[in-house]
Design a protein around this ligand. Structure first.
Ligand SMILES: NC(=O)N[C@@H](O)C(=O)O
Ligand code: NI
Length: 161
C-alpha cells in the first residue's frame, strides 16, 4: 500500500540528523578578496574514510511530483554532497537508520541557493531534480569497494508538495 509523504522546505535544523545544509544565509564567516567576497567557511562534515575526495558532475533526469520511490541507499564509507548547478527547487529524501535498515523517510524541497551534504552512512534517495537541467556537482568518496548499500521499501512512497 503506497504511503504519501509531504515534502517540507529544507532547513538546517531539520536536516541536522542527516547532514549539512550549505547556503550563504546571514553574515559570512570572513570577508576575502578585498572584501568583495563573503566566505562561509568549512560548513560541511566531509568523511571519505580510507578513500579520497572526488568531484563528479551528475546530469540527472528531472522527475515530477507526485514522485513515487521505494529505493533508498547509503554510503557506509563516505559522505556525499550534492551542489546544484542551477537555481531550481529539487527533492531530497532521507531516512533514519533503524537497526541497519531505513526507517520511515522524510522529504525536503531544496530551495535556490541551498546545497546539501549527506553525512557518512545516511540513508537517502537518489539525486532527484524536479526541473531541467538536472546538473549537480557531487563531492563524494573515490576509493576501493562499492561504498553503496541499497534497500527497497516493501511498498512505494509517494511524495507530494
Ligand atoms: N550512485 C551514485 O553515484 N549516486 C547516488 O549515490 C546518489 O545518491 O544519487
Ligand atoms: Ni548517494
Amino acid at each position: 500500500m503506497t504511503q504519501t509523504l509531504l515534502a517540507q522546505p529544507l532547513t538546517a535544523a531539520a536536516f541536522t540528523p542527516f547532514g549539512d545544509v550549505l547556503d550563504a544565509n546571514g553574515a559570512p564567516d570572513k570577508l576575502i578578496n578585498a572584501d568583495l567576497c563573503g566566505r562561509y567557511h568549512d560548513r560541511a562534515t566531509l568523511d571519505f574514510a580510507d578513500g579520497r575526495a572526488g568531484i563528479s558532475i551528475f546530469d540527472a533526469v528531472p522527475r515530477s511530483l507526485p514522485y513515487a520511490f521505494d529505493l533508498v541507499e547509503r554510503h557506509p564509507e563516505g559522505s556525499q554532497a550534492f551542489v546544484p548547478m542551477h537555481q531550481n527547487p529539487w527533492l531530497v529524501i532521507v531516512a533514519p537508520d533503524a537497526g541497519g535498515r531505513p526507517g520511515d523517510p522524510l522529504a525536503f524541497l531544496v530551495g535556490p541557493g541551498q546545497a546539501i551534504n549527506f553525512h557518512k552512512g545516511t540513508w537517502h534517495g537518489v539525486l532527484t531534480p524536479l526541473h531541467a537541467p538536472g546538473l549537480f556537482a557531487v563531492i563524494d568518496r573515490i576509493g576501493a569497494g562499492t561504498n553503496l548499500q541499497e534497500v527497497r521499501y516493501p511498498a512505494p512512497w509517494r511524495v507530494i508538495a
